[in-house]
Ligand binder design. Structure first.
Ligand code: MG
Length: 338
C-alpha cells in the first residue's frame, strides 16, 4: 500500500524535471495525489508488476504445498508473462500461459491500463527466454527489477528475501546494478516486517549485499546515502548526489536516503522521493514500500490510502502474503499452483 501511494504520487511528474514540477505545482513541488476523472490516483507499472510478483509468490506457495518442491523464479516468471499480456504484448513460445488465464489477479480490469511500462521488462519478457543471474538475458541495470520486489520481503526472512529479490529481478535485468538493488529492497522490507529499526534494516541488507559478487557500485552508493542521511544538509541538496533513479542502484539509494531522513513522516519522505529530475514514480514507490513496512498502514495518510487505485485488491494481496497458504477451494482458485 505504501508503494502504491508513492507510485501514484510520482506518476504525474515521472518525466518532468524539477523546475517544470515547481512551475506546475508550486515551489514545494507536488505534495498530494492527483486524481483522475473517476476520483482515483493512478498507479503505474511499478505497482502493477509488484502485484504480479505477489501473485507469482502466492502461486509458488500453493505449488510448494502441492508438490513439496518449487522453483520460485519460474512460477513468478509466468506471473510476469501474464503482466506482459495485460500490456497487450505476446511472449514468443509461451502462449499456453495466457490461453487459460486462471487466478484472480489477471482478471482485474484496471491492471490492463498502460502506464509507461519499462522497455527492459517488455523486451526481456516478450523474448520467450527467462533471464537468470547465471545466464543474464541482457545487460540492463534499469530500475524495473528493484521496483517490483517488495512482496518478497513480506514472505521470506532476510537471507532468503535477498536471494529471491535478486533472482526475480534477473528475469528481466541482467546487470548486477539491475538485480542486486532488488535483493537490498526485498531484504530491507523483510527486516522491517520482523521488527528491526530502519537503520539496522538498511545495514543488515548492506551486509547481505557485501557477500555478493560485483556489488561495488551498489554498496558505494548505499554507503553514500547512509552518510548523507546523517548530515544536516537540506535534503533537496543532498538528493541529487545519488543520481536520478533510472538505474537500480540509484533508485534504491534515493529511496533509502528519503526513508532515513524522514523515517517518521511518510508524507514528507515520499514527497522528497518524487520531487527531482529523475524516475519519480519508481523512487516514490520504493520509498513508500520501505516506510509502509516500517510505519504500518496507519503511518500512510488516510486520504491517500482512500484514493489510491486498486486499494482493496492491494490489501487483499498483502493479507494473503501474510497468510502464505490456505488449503481451501477459494485459495486454489485464487492462486493455482503453476
Ligand atoms: Mg512507473
Amino acid at each position: 500500500m505504501g508503494g502504491a501511494v508513492g507510485d501514484a504520487l510520482g506518476w504525474p511528474v515521472e518525466f518532468r524535471r524539477l523546475d517544470e514540477i515547481k512551475k506546475r505545482y508550486g515551489e514545494q513541488g507536488i505534495e498530494t495525489l492527483v486524481l483522475n476523472e473517476t476520483g482515483m490516483a493512478e498507479i503505474t507499472d511499478d505497482t502493477q508488476m509488484t502485484l504480479f510478483t505477489a501473485e507469482g509468490l502466492l502461486r509458488a506457495s500453493t505449488r510448494s504445498n502441492l508438490k513439496g518442491i518449487c522453483h520460485i523464479p519460474t512460477v513468478v516468471y509466468h506471473a510476469y508473462i501474464r503482466w506482459l499480456h495485460t500490456q497487450s504484448i505476446k511472449c514468443k513460445g509461451r502462449e499456453e500461459i495466457i490461453e487459460n488465464l486462471d487466478g484472480w489477479v489477471s482478471k482485474i480490469k484496471a491492471l490492463y491500463a498502460r502506464r509507461a511500462p519499462g522497455s527492459s521488462c517488455l523486451s526481456a519478457l516478450s523474448s520467450g527466454e527467462m533471464g537468470t543471474i547465471e545466464e543474464p538475458i541482457n545487460n540492463s541495470k534499469g530500475c524495473g527489477g528493484v521496483m517490483r520486489v517488495a512482496p518478497v520481503g513480506l514472505m521470506f526472512s532476510k537471507k532468503h528475501a535477498f536471494k529471491t529479490g535478486c533472482e526475480l529481478a534477473a528475469i528481466t535485468h541482467g546487470h548486477p546494478g539491475g538485480y542486486l538493488p532488488a535483493g537490498v529492497h526485498a531484504c530491507i522490507i523483510s527486516c522491517l516486517i520482523e521488527g528491526m529499526e530502519l537503520e539496522d534494516a538498511v545495514i543488515s541488507a548492506m551486509q547481505e549485499l557485501a557477500a555478493y559478487p560485483r556489488n561495488r557500485e551498489c554498496l558505494d552508493l548505499l554507503n553514500k546515502a547512509v552518510e548523507l542521511a546523517k548530515d544536516n544538509n537540506p535534503p533537496e541538496n543532498a538528493l541529487w548526489q545519488l543520481g536520478e533513479g533510472w538505474v537500480g542502484e540509484e533508485a534504491i539509494a534515493i529511496a533509502v536516503y528519503c526513508s532515513l531522513v524522514y523515517k517518521n513522516d511518510f508524507r514528507k519522505a515520499v514527497c522528497l522521493a518524487v520531487n527531482h529530475n529523475g524516475d519519480s514514480d519508481s523512487t516514490g514507490a520504493i520509498t513508500g514500500n520501505i516506510l509502509g513496512a516500517y510505519l504500518g498502514i496507519e503511518g500512510i495518510p488516510a486520504e491517500w490510502r482512500e484514493h489510491v487505485e486498486l486499494k482493496d485488491e492491494i490489501i487483499t494481496l498483502a493479507n494473503d502474503l501474510l497468510i502464505g497458504f490456505e488449503d481451501s477451494d477459494n485459495w486454489w482458485n485464487k492462486y493455482p499452483g503453476w
